[in-house]
Design a protein around this ligand. Structure first.
Ligand code: ZN
Length: 454
């Protein structure tokens, strides 16, 4: 079944429509998409009744190499990716040592080569000590530069001072390198953390949300937009959690900034009322928001005002998640395997089963097409002729009750365990090759570094 050139037929999710048709593949590319099914289906992979989507792209591959392999590693994380329909991942730089120098970017490329099951690209990091490296890096080796304006336990590269960010943006603007921002205002994080932890002696899970409140994220988003405007930097705001930050993105566009914003899938699945049930597993940074705020994100998503949805795959061990005090918990959760069915299931929950196809088109745009476009990887991101045959097939008739045994991640826990999800991938193709099928990885790691089409 793993011949690279067998045509695939089913319900094909294209940028603005879904067609019943057949995808012809050669040399890893989509060469033709035809409406209708062939008369002789003996030599066609038959996915009739299932939806065929473009392989997803993960902006936040926290695969934890080097230095944090007890949390995750590249083979486990990218196998989980294939099982979740992801065919490309961007590596996140907050590893040990962090990917903040040219040499470490090159090391990271070596680390992925021959070990990654998905295609990949490298998000470079920055730190105050390594700013000059941004003058030396070949922009074609990286997606862009990720900057943390605020830190938590897992981020050694925090750059809290605007003057340092200005120095970085000046270089990025001149060199036409994109900035990816984890935008929380560190001064406000410090102030509210001190207030809730040290003065009010709050250690409960909700105290985290109150300390990481709207002002923390909105202040930083606006600061970054102002600096991007000043230095002509293309800006991607990572894991936004409120409608107000998307209003800031709109404002940024009005004043001429090339800015985009994404939402992490867990913001769309969990809200602050869920702590009673899921506890510290859903502690994330920025924090989950209220049900009313989450509802606003879903409305924006349906309107196409959210540029990207990412899994924000951020694995930790269970012990790192299960701490007495909220201030000790490692923020973040794994999710690359669960995100696509989580999005499909929650879309149906919010908008009804009759809008499923509208939802699939929107989900494909946000998890693949728009990300490919924002980062300039136009060979990826859509089921159209000429693009890479990166494909995932989902079965929306089937319910997946998430079990530990199904998970490909190294630590094999999931906040979604026990949940009944619709739309689990049944097959994933990387550049035309079947690499995941019916719960099993097929073959060796074939991932390649992706480069921008010139
Ligand atoms: Zn992240």
């Amino acid at each position: 079944m793993n011949q690279p050139t067998i045509p695939i037929m089913g319900s094909i999710v294209q940028p603005n429509q879904i067609i019943q048709g057949t995808i012809q593949i050669a040399d890893g590319k989509i060469v033709r998409i035809e409406e209708g099914f062939p008369v002789d289906t003996d030599h066609v992979l038959d996915f009739r009744g299932k939806y065929i989507l473009p392989g997803l792209i993960e902006v936040h591959g926290h695969f934890r190499e080097p230095g944090l392999e007890h949390k995750e590693d590249i083979p486990h994380g990218t196998r989980a990716g294939l099982a979740g329909g992801y065919t490309t991942v961007f590596d996140m730089p907050n590893v040990r040592p962090p990917t903040t120098t040219v040499a470490r970017v090159q090391d990271q490329i070596k680390r992925y080569t021959g070990r990654s099951y998905t295609d990949f690209a490298i998000n470079m990091g920055s730190s105050v000590d390594d700013i000059d490296e941004l003058n030396k890096i070949d922009p074609d080796l990286i997606t862009g530069v990720k900057i943390f304006t605020a830190g938590h336990a897992t981020t050694p590269t925090t750059i809290p001072h605007l003057a340092d960010i200005a120095r970085i943006f000046e270089i990025l603007g001149q060199r036409r390198i994109m900035a990816l921002l984890h935008a929380e205002n560190q001064e406000l994080v410090n102030y509210f953390t001190h207030k809730y932890r040290d003065e009010l002696h709050r250690h409960d899970l909700q105290a985290w949300d109150e300390a990481r409140n709207l002002s923390v994220v909105l202040t930083s988003a606006l600061e970054m937009i102002a600096l991007a405007r000043q230095f002509g930097v293309k800006l991607h705001l990572l894991h936004l959690s409120t409608s107000e930050e998307f209003a800031a993105v709109e404002f940024g566009r009005q004043i001429g900034v090339d800015v985009s914003g994404e939402v992490a899938s867990y913001q769309l699945a969990f809200h602050s009322d869920d702590y009673a049930r899921y506890g510290s597993l859903i502690n994330v940074a920025p924090s989950v928001r209220t049900p009313a705020e989450q509802q606003k994100l879903w409305q924006l998503l349906r309107q196409g005002k959210i540029d990207a949805v990412i899994s924000e795959h951020t694995p930790h061990t269970l012990a790192e998640k299960q701490k007495e005090s909220v201030w000790e918990i490692a923020s973040g959760m794994p999710g690359i395997q669960e995100t696509l069915p989580v999005l499909i299931t929650n879309w149906i929950k919010h908008f009804g089963h009759e809008t499923l196809e509208e939802g699939l088109i929107r989900i494909a745009q946000m998890t693949s097409q728009n990300i490919a476009h924002i980062f300039g990887f136009e060979q990826k991101g859509a089921l159209v002729e000429g693009r890479d045959a990166d494909i995932t097939v989902v079965d929306t008739q089937q319910v997946w009750k998430v079990q530990k045994a199904d998970l490909f991640t190294k630590n094999r826990w999931s906040a979604y365990e026990g949940m009944e999800l619709i739309g689990r991938p049944v097959a994933t193709f990387l550049r035309g090759r079947l690499v995941y099928h019916d719960g099993k990885i097929v073959g060796e790691p074939l991932g390649q570094r992706i480069v921008r089409a010139s």
